[in-house]
Design a binder for this molecule. Structure first.
Ligand SMILES: [Ca+2]
Ligand SMILES: [Ca+2]
Ligand SMILES: [Ca+2]
Ligand SMILES: [Ca+2]
Length: 445
């Protein structure tokens, strides 16, 4: 089956200068490859040759089906995901750590979420060289604080890598005896030595504000010890956090108009060689995708920043839930980067998977994109990921379909050659509380 029917329904119209309205398909679409069974998949990442998945749900921890999995990415047609651990409660996003940090290849995983019973989370280390070993929680186990993603940086200049992360407290039911909701940027101090996982690490507060996800600038041009973006959900803004020439942490608000922020990342959104920022918000209606540009020869602390709205009108359809989720640029053909990349958007509570294709792929000055809903997912969409993992010149895309308990594998192909996947309204939802309560994969209830 081809996409043409879906495309006619969903492709945004292109208004021609003559005043005619004609629906135009993008040059490339996503062709279905297979569905990998996995309980309630949430965040996906690709590090080196492997695909990593987290899985979480709202059941009590003692019934937990939470997990962190990995799979050889290039073998996506035949490989089975390997369970690395089922001992973390509500694992969120992951970071691959340098071997020098612990003497083995390791993953740092943020965990915990605002869902009752799962609110006290942490940051844990998984030994990738010995998956039979238990993960080690290094954060301070503070009541009602949960964590999403940690980055290695040497914060105190003693030569060993510490971890920088945001922690969030967001009680769904604000009992009067609970401390107030909020977010904090913190760093976890590496005690050093060969036994640096023997005890919990001291947790130092850097500043208030960052809550769910953060994103480190990683292009080699950065203030010391870091420069990061904080898309702040609770305080509804995107902050840029950096250190001034006196080594004092500072922040600049880049956007206080987008409402609840979901993600903001340093990326070359349009493929022109200059660093940009790609962001999404997370709303019940009219969610969108935004880019921010500045003159890269100037510091982002003072440069004029221009906001570009790439997409709007992404509406949550769930009883509880918000939309969209994460977005990222991808070249459909990994061996052809002459034109601007496409942008993939996880619908999250919008229950769809969205493609933004440049209206004119060769015009690097233009920020016009056409929005195409590639398919309805009939469920929450977690954090998808894309790369040409098998080196055939086409980018593969791995999409976590939360309540459907599958990771859908797709591959960019010419639009007219795309194969449609099995209809998801015929794939039964998992029976259980997480589905009924409609918690979103990475946002809030
Ligand atoms: Ca250090
Ligand atoms: Ca240290
Ligand atoms: Ca750029
Ligand atoms: Ca490929």
């Amino acid at each position: 089956m081809k996409y043409s029917f879906v495309a006619t329904l969903f492709t945004l119209s292109v208004v021609l200068s003559a005043g005619l309205t004609v629906a135009e398909n993008p040059k490339y679409g996503l062709s279905w490859v297979k569905d990998i069974p996995m309980p309630t998949p949430g965040f996906l990442d690709i590090f080196e040759d492997h695909l990593y998945f987290t899985s979480f749900n709202a059941e009590p921890w003692f019934l937990s089906k939470n997990g962190v999995y990995r799979m050889a990415a290039a073998d996506y047609e035949s490989a089975e995901p390997e369970l690395l651990t089922d001992e973390l409660d509500w694992p969120n996003d992951m970071t691959l750590l340098d071997k020098e940090m612990f003497g083995f290849n390791a993953l740092a995983v943020g965990h915990g979420f605002l869902v009752p019973g799962h609110a006290t989370g942490g940051v844990s280390i998984i030994n990738l060289d010995d998956p039979s070993s238990k993960p080690v929680e290094i954060s301070a186990n503070l009541d009602n604080w949960f964590y999403h993603k940690a980055y290695p940086r040497d914060m105190d200049g003693d030569g060993d890598l510490d971890l920088v992360t945001a922690r969030c407290r967001d009680n769904v039911i604000p009992f009067p005896w609970n401390p107030p909701n909020g977010g904090e940027l913190v760093w976890l101090e590496n005690p050093g030595g060969e036994n640096n996982l023997a005890d919990r690490w001291v947790e130092h507060e850097i500043m208030e504000g960052p809550d769910f996800l953060i994103n480190m600038r990683d292009d080699g041009v950065t203030s010391s010890p870091f420069e990061l973006l904080a898309p702040q959900f609770l305080t509804e803004l995107i902050n840029y956090v950096y250190y001034d020439s006196d080594g004092v942490v500072q922040n600049r608000t880049l956007d206080d108009q987008l409402g609840n922020a979901f993600a903001a990342e340093f990326l070359d959104v349009n493929g022109d060689g200059s660093l940009d920022i790609l962001a999404t918000n997370h709303l019940t209606s009219n969610g969108g995708v935004f880019a921010y540009t500045w003159d890269n020869t100037l510091s982002l602390s003072t440069a004029k920043v221009t906001k570009h709205t790439l997409a709007t009108g992404i509406n949550n359809v769930q009883e509880k839930g918000m939309a969209p989720g994460h977005s990222y640029p991808v070249y459909p053909r990994s061996d052809d980067t002459t034109e601007k990349p496409y942008i993939l958007v996880d619908g999250d509570g919008a229950e769809n998977y969205i493609l933004l294709s440049p209206t004119d792929g060769s015009d690097f000055e233009s920020w016009d994109y056409d929005m195409t809903v590639l398919f309805p997912t009939e469920c929450t969409v977690g954090k998808s990921v894309s790369a040409d993992v098998d080196g055939d010149g086409w980018s593969e895309v791995f999409i976590p379909l939360y309540e459907k308990n599958i990771v859908r594998v797709m591959k960019f192909q010419p639009w007219d050659e795309c194969v449609e996947g099995p209809p998801l309204n015929e794939v039964s939802d998992r029976e259980g509380d997480a589905v009924e309560e409609g918690f979103t994969a990475a946002g809030v209830a």
